[in-house]
Design a protein. Structure first.
Length: 100
């Protein structure tokens, strides 16, 4: 069986497929995205971790020993840079540094 995991902007989704492509199980688990100021969006990587765990457990069910491969898809950035307090920024706070 194949397990697909998508970490989106506000939720984690998991899909378990049989090797021929039949969907066996699917689930999602949301997490908060905070907007302390206009144009800012922040979330906590720990919330991502917990949401992925919950979605995977629900989607896989009793098939844990039959998962042969895992595919991952992530939201927005390829690298998550967490601040010292553990909050990941997904916003326009520093967009001025990217202007030509």
């Amino acid at each position: 069986m194949l397990l697909g995991i998508d970490l989106g902007t506000g939720s984690a989704k998991a899909l378990l497929l049989a090797t021929e492509g039949t969907a066996i199980g699917e689930a999602s688990s949301s997490y908060p995205v905070h907007a302390p100021h206009p144009g800012w969006a922040e979330s906590e990587p720990r919330d991502w971790w917990l949401a992925v765990g919950e979605a995977v457990r629900k989607a896989v069910g009793n098939y844990t020993d039959q998962v042969q491969a895992i595919a991952l898809s992530g939201q927005m950035h390829g690298v998550v840079l967490a601040l010292a307090h553990g909050i990941a920024e997904q916003n326009q706070k520093h967009s001025y540094t990217c202007k030509p």
